[in-house]
Design a protein around this ligand. Sequence first.
Ligand SMILES: [Zn+2]
Length: 214
Amino acid sequence: MTDAVTLTPAEAYALLLSGNRRFVAGEPQHPNQDSARRAETMPGQRPFAVLLGCSDSRLAAEIIFDRGLGDLFVVRTAGHVVGAEVLGSVEYAVSVLGCALVVVLGHDSCGAVAAARTAVADGITATGYVRDIIERVTPSVLAARAAGLDQDDDMIAEHIRHTVDLLLDRSRVLAEETAEGRAAVVGLSYRLADGSARLVTARGLPGETIDLGA
Ligand SMILES: [Zn+2]
């Protein structure tokens, strides 16, 4: 795109949150969803954020952040678990497409977290590849329990923090971009009841930005 504006991580974060506020308030503007935007983005994409969210059908990214075509590079897995394909997708969005913001989006009443809690508590787990999902959420549940946290909200927050840490730990590209201020990684917790996305953790964002957004 010729008119693409490169946003700072703080600007990208503010843009994302403003869309969520519109959604929460029931006043969405549905930006960038028309044929003009389709034509504008046809030559190339320049998304301002990459979103790694849970696949839960109630977390439709462009709806809850009130965005449109070419805005968000979205990667979703059950329980926002991370594997090689997820890491590669995030790295591509940051290093090739120039996304300044990486968002990990978890939510309350997450089935993947609930299943991992059951597996830890009762030893009951799933078969097939669902088991793989549960096993990747289990370290977060164990960490929360070790810290004396047992509420659903605490478990969700721990899993979001764990996923942010994992991305930065595994991806050298992302860690370097964040350390040099070209990218930031934030963890948000989405509330199904009111549609709000609350900040859980942030890496690489200026402190005043976090206060502004939280
Ligand atoms: Zn979920």
